[in-house]
Structure formats: C-alpha cells, structure tokens
Design a protein around this ligand. Structure first.
Ligand code: MG
Length: 263
C-alpha cells in the first residue's frame, strides 16, 4: 500500500532534483506554488505531474499538539481504571519527529515496544489565539492522516509521555492536506502489512475538532502550519522493523511508512 491521495482538492509539499515546494494537487497534476499555502497571496507558477516528484510531509509545523484519550473506546483498552469523561490530555510532539509519505520510521534502541496510533491531523491555517468553538472552522487549512507513533513501554515506565512520543520519525503526516471536508464523519483506519488492525470514526471523538482548536487556543497560540493530533480510536497495536504501516482516512488518502531498525 504505497501512499495515495484521495482528496479532490488538496495541498502537497514535494521535492524534485533537491528542491522543495508547496503545490495544489488536482487529478494527477500539481500546480506549483511560489509560496506556502499559509500565505494568503501564494500563486501558481507552473505545473508538474505527481508521478515526477517525491511527496514530502505536507506541513512544517512549529509544534504538533496531540490529544491523549479522546475516544472512549481507546480509554477502555488502555486505561480501564478511568471512569467518566476525562478532560483532554495534551502533549507536544516536536517538529523534529515529522516525516512524510513513504519515509522510514526508525525503531529506537531505547525501546522494546512501539505502537502505531491512527489519527486525524488538523492543519492550522492562520495565527489562532483565544477563539471560540464557533470561530474554530476559520482557523483550519485542512486535514491529513497522522500516525502518533509511541514507545509504549517508555510511556508506561516514565509516567509522563515526552520521551515515548518524541523520537525522530515518530510523527508521519500526509500524504496531503485535504481542503473543504467535513471532519465529523471520517473513517480512520490503520493497516500493518496490508492487514486491517484499527478502525474508528471521527464522529466518536469525545471533544470534536472545533472544540479541540478552541480549547488549545486558550492555552497556547497556534501558528500557521501547526498540527493537532486529535487522538486515536481503539485498536492500537505493535509495529516492528520491516513492517509497513498505513493510516487511511476517507476523503484524505493513505499514508504509508516503513519501520526500520536503527542500524
Ligand atoms: Mg495518540
């Protein structure tokens, strides 16, 4: 399952002959942008076939703000001791963890248990601070697939999550930023070596996309290109070196990455 774009209208980032650029993708062709889509005045200056380029991570966030425990079904499988509806648990994945479609996830020597987590990624389009739920839609540039790769043994032994979630390559995003899609009813799936391992729907989030954007914006300023990882449904599981892992979301695409050992 090589990474694949389903979105009708989306932004991509790509490289060709050592140079990278943003583009608008439609029907096999990329309209090359002179600036990033986070600038209001970016313009199309040329065209190139998708098959002639390497797709890169479609955004370069200053931070990825991730939500833990945003699906009741996932809380049930990992934290059966939690009763009632918890407030969102926030953590940050560093920008250095980002990789793009078809890139390698490097399995660190420090861990003996790495899990995939299929999630809907929200890409922020403009500087966002102290906004209401009603205003949140205006802050969204679009949506991508995201894999919140996690060293589960270190998450448990450390008690807090920074080390477990922050290794280089532990945040694949892509394959594109889908525009103008409804974030409230999207099938979110994970496949390992082509076999379905996780399946959920964004309608089952405890806090929906707009509630999350408002909540986070009242804590920290979200900048253009920042990404919110909206939490994983139930069905998380292990990946090992030589595995192929694919996050598939309706109307966005398939994000495939390959797990390799560190040496
Ligand atoms: Mg997660």
């Amino acid at each position: 399952m090589k990474s694949k774009i389903f979105a009708q209208e989306c932004f991509v980032r790509f490289s060709k002959n050592g140079k990278s650029a943003f583009g608008i993708y439609r029907k096999g062709l990329i309209g090359i942008l002179d600036k990033s889509p986070f600038c209001n005045d970016s313009a199309v200056i040329g065209e190139i076939a998708l098959s002639d380029v390497k797709l890169l991570a479609p955004a370069e966030p200053s931070k990825v703000v991730a939500i833990g425990l945003n699906y009741a079904s996932h809380i049930g499988e990992l934290h059966p001791e939690i009763t009632g509806i918890p407030s969102p648990k926030l953590f940050i994945k560093p920008s250095t963890a980002i990789i793009g479609p078809n890139d390698k996830i490097i399995y660190p020597d420090m861990t003996h248990h790495v899990d995939y987590e299929a999630e809907l990624g929200v890409v922020i389009g403009k500087k966002t601070k102290n906004i209401t739920v009603q205003e949140a839609k205006d802050s969204v540039l679009g949506y991508c697939c995201l894999n919140d790769v996690t060293a589960r043994d270190l998450q448990k032994s450390d008690g807090q999550w920074t080390r477990a979630k922050s290794f280089d390559t532990f945040c694949p995003i892509g394959p594109a930023i889908a525009r103008n899609i409804d974030p409230f009813d999207l099938e979110i799936k994970c496949f390992v070596n082509g076999k379905l391992r996780q399946s959920g729907n964004s309608s089952l989030m405890i806090k929906n996309v707009y509630e999350l954007i408002s909540f986070i914006s009242n804590i920290m300023t979200l900048l253009p290109g920042d990404i919110i990882a909206t939490g994983t449904p139930k069905g998380v599981g292990e990946i090992k070196p030589r595995d192929e892992v694919t996050i598939k979301i309706d109307k966005i695409g398939e994000l495939t990455n390959y797990v390799v050992g560190s040496r």
